[in-house]
Design a binder for this molecule. Sequence first.
Ligand SMILES: Cc1cn([C@H]2C[C@H](O)[C@@H](COP(=O)(O)OP(=O)(O)O[C@H]3O[C@@H](C)C(=O)[C@@H](O)[C@H]3O)O2)c(=O)[nH]c1=O
Length: 182
Amino acid sequence: MPFTVKETSLPGVTLVTPKKFGDERGFFMETYKASDFLNAGLPGIFTQDNHSRSVKGVLRGLHYQLPPFAQAKLVRCLRGQIFDVAVDIRQSSPNFGKWYGHILSEDDPTMLFIPEGFAHGFYTLSETADVFYKVTAEYAPEYDRGIWWNDPQIGIEWPDGEKIISEKDQKNSPLKEAELFK
Ligand SMILES: Cc1cn([C@H]2C[C@H](O)[C@@H](COP(=O)(O)OP(=O)(O)O[C@H]3O[C@@H](C)C(=O)[C@@H](O)[C@H]3O)O2)c(=O)[nH]c1=O
């Protein structure tokens, strides 16, 4: 297996760390391979790749798409550093409303895997951050939803600092009014 998979404190959310082969030229690593992902119980097929760049202080989230366009996400920070967060928003889940946060950075190949049924957001800690993530369903704006990044019901402990929020995200809903997963 060219990567390790580690459960986090939030069941379903996992840390995926590819094996890095370093030599005098630099390094090589497989960051995704369908057969290995399937063997590890992760999705074999991702249908869209996304790349966003953010300046320091930008907070994107908390976002998700509803079925039939629900997305699992495999998130990686290629440049800079982010605090990446997943929230379980499946109403029937024993972990409903619980969150997990992890720093993803250019210095560490670890990726965060977030299953369907979770909202996702991140906060930019470095001057610039390039975030690359794979998703298992295509973008479907009509099914795209957002929850307050600072919803007290969730209580995410975001790192200190100015928060730059898009106009769209300023119109997100509190968890208790959001259309969620069953
Ligand atoms: C997400 C997305 C956006 N867009 C367009 C719509 C809009 O004009 C522009 C910016 O969109 P947004 O403001 O929604 O981008 P952003 O705030 O970066 O949204 C993303 O946030 C992170 C946290 C996620 O988890 C993603 O799934 C996604 O929701 O890009 C696409 O064309 N395809 C996509 O898949």
